[in-house]
Ligand binder design. Structure first.
Ligand SMILES: Cc1ncc(C[n+]2csc(CCOP(=O)(O)OP(=O)(O)O)c2C)c(N)n1
Ligand SMILES: [Mg+2]
Length: 384
């Protein structure tokens, strides 16, 4: 069973295990630490690891107005409808190869990306990437056309679902190799620092990827060099067919940066306002030159790992319960209604989004395939 909302609150601690007596660390010169942003709770002592979790615990949800929340709702709904359509096109044989849907996880990409500055900050993720691209404002038509392998696709139809890229948006993929995006993200963050462009890299990866060695090498370097990076673990409960508890010794992923002095944040990834609030705290911290932050987003994927997964490792009831009780889109919808938005207006939004998605699907179906000459472009041939 996944843990989108943990029973223990973030600030409550599990009963402490007996600790070994430790030699006291020599006091640090205060001048070495950059000043913390105003909204961060100043921790006691010289160890700042828990500061972000405490700040997050103070005020967990962003207080956005009706219009702003409506925007986030529309983006989440666009991802949901787009992914549903992609699933249908796959079933019809119009999409080939791998295809990993983001349904259920929408609040993560939307909440985080709404706090970023497009064109200044950079983003990198794994193969579950369509939702991230949509949340970043990339045209649904070129994403869908990439899925159907057409020339007008964002990677000219040669990358497909897992290999999408937009340098213009500073969106650096789309990576099929589990965990590969983590060191690449550290490299992007190094570039931000080196160029002094003020940007922050957000590197997303899964709970399964979080058990890889390269992740911790990246943590070490990012912390040592105080790189401007937010590591985001999208804990959706499963790595292919392996439940988190079967594959991970430490299932509180936000603690995984502790050995590298990277502060962690434990976030309900099914609540777009909580994600947004946490993102703002993390961004302030990183932009202030304090080095990386690790965010655990507790979320859930409703569909199988990829289109070929019959998902026999979990019960229908489990999925049903998540959909009924924790759906991020329903939650935002209920809040909008409580704020006075008419249900009719929300139906219109859905209609408009369905039209955008249908248009993207028509475009993706009717665009030409790449000409054979494209087979010889974007290919690296070299001697080593
Ligand atoms: C290096 C590598 N090992 C194994 C695989 C096969 N594989 C693809 S996805 C996946 C599970 C990853 O799970 P997680 O990181 O939790 O991401 P999620 O799919 O849940 O988003 C595995 C093992 C791969 N693509 N790359
Ligand atoms: Mg996972």
């Amino acid at each position: 069973m996944a843990k989108p909302a943990k029973s223990r609150t973030a600030t409550e601690k599990a009963p402490a295990a007996p600790r070994k007596p430790r030699a006291k660390a020599p006091p640090k010169a205060p001048a070495q630490e950059p000043a913390l942003p105003d909204n961060i709770v100043e921790p006691e002592g010289d160890f700042r690891l828990h500061s972000l979790q405490e700040s997050h615990g103070k005020d967990r949800r962003a207080s956005l107005g009706k219009d702003e929340l409506l925007k986030l709702y529309e983006q989440m709904l666009l991802i949901r409808r787009f992914e549903e359509k992609a699933g249908q096109l796959y079933g019809l044989g119009l999409i080939g190869g791998f295809c990993h849907l983001y349904i259920g996880q929408e609040a993560v990409a939307v909440g985080l990306q709404s706090a970023l500055e497009v064109g200044k900050d950079s983003v990198i993720t794994g193969y579950r990437d369509h939702g991230h691209m949509l949340a970043y404002g990339i045209d649904p038509k070129v994403i869908m056309a990439e899925l159907t392998g057409r020339e007008s696709g964002i990677s000219r139809g040669k990358g497909g679902s897992m290999h999408m890229f937009s340098v213009e948006h500073k969106f650096y993929g789309g990576h099929g190799i589990v965990g590969a995006q983590v060191p690449l993200g550290a490299g992007l963050a190094f570039a931000h620092k080196y160029r002094e462009d003020g940007g922050v890299c957000v590197a997303y990866f899964g709970d399964g990827a979080a058990n890889q060695g390269q992740v911790y090498e990246s943590f070490n370097m990012a912390s040592l060099w105080k790189l401007p990076i937010i590591f985001v673990i999208e804990n959706n409960g499963y790595a292919m067919g392996t439940a988190v508890r079967r594959g991970s010794a430490e299932t509180d992923f936000y603690r995984r940066g502790t050995a590298f002095r990277i502060p962690g944040m434990d976030v309900n990834g099914m609540d777009v306002l909580e994600v947004r609030q946490a993102a703002e705290i993390a961004l302030d911290f990183v932009r202030g030159g304090n080095g990386p932050v690790l965010m655990e987003m507790n979320t859930y994927r409703y569909r199988g790992h990829s289109m070929s997964d019959p998902a026999k490792y979990r019960s229908r009831e489990e999925v049903q319960e998540m959909r009924e009780k924790h759906d991020p889109i329903e939650r935002a919808k209920n809040e909008l209604v409580a704020m006075g938005v008419a249900e009719e207006a929300l139906k219109e939004v859905d209609k408009r989004i369905r039209a955008v998605v249908n248009e993207a699907a028509d475009f993706a179906e009717n665009s030409p395939e790449p000409p054979p000459a494209e087979l010889y472009t974007d290919v690296l041939v070299e001697r080593y």
